[in-house]
Structure formats: C-alpha cells, structure tokens
Design a protein around this ligand. Sequence first.
Ligand SMILES: *[C@@H]1O[C@H](CO)[C@@H](O)[C@H](O)[C@H]1NC(C)=O
Ligand SMILES: *[C@@H]1O[C@H](CO)[C@@H](O)[C@H](O)[C@H]1NC(C)=O
Ligand SMILES: *[C@@H]1O[C@H](CO)[C@@H](O)[C@H](O)[C@H]1NC(C)=O
Length: 253
Amino acid sequence: MGFSGQFRPGQFLVLVVVLSLGPGPTRSCLQCDPNFTARFASYAPRLSRKSWGLGDVPATGRQLRGWTNDTLEELQLGVPAEIPMENLTTIASKVYEKLEVLFKGKTYKQGVLPDLLHSIFQEQVSMLRNAIIESRVKCQWHCGISQYDAVSCVTCTSVKPTCFGYNCESSEQWESALKGLYAYIKKLHKEPGKEWSAMLKQIPGFSHCTSKSVDNLNFTSIENTLSKNWLNVMALKELEGDLPLMQLLAPSC
Ligand SMILES: *[C@@H]1O[C@H](CO)[C@@H](O)[C@H](O)[C@H]1NC(C)=O
Ligand SMILES: *[C@@H]1O[C@H](CO)[C@@H](O)[C@H](O)[C@H]1NC(C)=O
Ligand SMILES: *[C@@H]1O[C@H](CO)[C@@H](O)[C@H](O)[C@H]1NC(C)=O
C-alpha cells in the first residue's frame, strides 16, 4: 500500500479505528476535479489518429470510458472516500500529465498501449487510496474531536470528515476530549439536512449506534468504554513505545 512508511508506527493504532468503520460507497474521485471531463474527452479522438496495434484502440477506449467506474471497483476502502481537495488536484494533475505523455507518444507495439494505460490507472488508484487514508489518519492523530475539509468522491460536494483521537497525554486532556465529544454529539442535529442518528454513526466507534436521540445515550457507559480504550492506548504506548496495534472497544449506545 505504500502509505505505512510515511508514518510513525504509533499511527497504526488510529488506522485500526479508521478501518473498522465499515465499507462506504465510492466513485472515482477524479471526476470531482473540474478539469476531468475536458481532459478525458480530449484523449479518445487522439486514439484514432495514430497507428496503434490492432485492437488496442477499442481496448483503450473502453478503459477510458470505464475509468470512473473501474476506480470505484479498485479503491476498496473501509472508509468513506473523502479526499482533501489539494490532494485531489495534485493527483489529477499527475494523472493528466502521464496520460498526455502516453497519447502524445509515437506508436506503440501491439498490446502495449492498454498495458501502459492500465499501469497509470493503478498508480492513480493507489495515490487516491493513500491520500484518503493518510488524511484520516492525520485527523485521528490528535486528542479528541477534530475535522478537516474534503470533497466526497460520491457526491463531489464539500464534506467535513470528523474523527476522535486517543492521543491524549494527561487525564485533564482526556476529560476535555470527552467533553468535546459530548458537545459535538449534542449539536449534531444543528447540521442542516442531516439526520442526527446518521451523523452519530459517522463518528469513529459509533458506527453501530442505533440511538435516535441524544436523550437515549448513556454517557456514563460511553465514558467508561472510551476511557478503557484510552488507558489501554496509554499502557501500550508505554510498553511497546512504537506499535500499539489494538482493537478499540465500541461503546454501547
Ligand atoms: C458506471 O456505473 C453506473 C452505475 O452503476 C452505470 O449507470 C454506468 O453505465 C456505468 N458506466 C460505464 C461507462 O460503464
Ligand atoms: C485545470 O485547468 C486550469 C485552467 O486550465 C489550470 O489552471 C489547473 O491547473 C488545472 N488543474 C489540474 C488539476 O490540472
Ligand atoms: C495531501 O496534501 C497535504 C497538504 O498539501 C500534503 O502535505 C500531503 O502530503 C498530501 N498527501 C498525499 C498522500 O499526497
């Protein structure tokens, strides 16, 4: 996957939290870039003007047309596909650049063009996957609730993914992290057009929650469970220093 090398090992912990969110629907991401349509529309006509290998033109055309859907198949994330716009722009530019070079190319031996296109496609998928996961992991590498600006690959609209991090150093910090979490949960209903219970499920660790109202939540039980997680995280950090890979307990709620 490639992203692991860029992190301090302690961040594997938050990855476990992230990946336990369950699968979310995804589309290709790249189609959310404003230049996507124009760029991709320009590649197909160029195909017919060269002497590519027999059968390569229709194969390549199919690959280009399927780009968005095939990315969906390949991404296979356990988290919602939400990517910071600056990462998306960078990845899109890299992909366009590679495609430009590919289609500017002279002629290719038979069968080579679809292979080259496929490797650009795969590289794109892993760049997207890394950026989506990296931004989540960074967000969770905090103490308490934090958020970041991203674009949803499903709807291409702006979203604010929310995370809850256990990286608190003292019990005072932990207390205020919990207060922040409760305050966040309580004001969820103020988000326009969003259902409170659906928003609650978006918080890491709360994806299984069936509560329909804040009054049904047992904050004492939530506090006990989350505090157990925090203490385990602290103990593991102490013990192993670098790799607290653990399954976090989910609060009953
Ligand atoms: C992509 O998937 C959508 C929804 O499943 C479908 O309607 C559309 O025809 C597909 N496009 C291509 C090019 O396969
Ligand atoms: C999109 O097009 C605009 C105008 O041509 C350009 O400034 C921008 O860098 C392009 N973005 C990407 C991701 O290629
Ligand atoms: C995403 O964007 C941020 C800010 O520009 C950058 O620091 C980070 O390296 C990018 N991540 C990836 C995976 O490209």
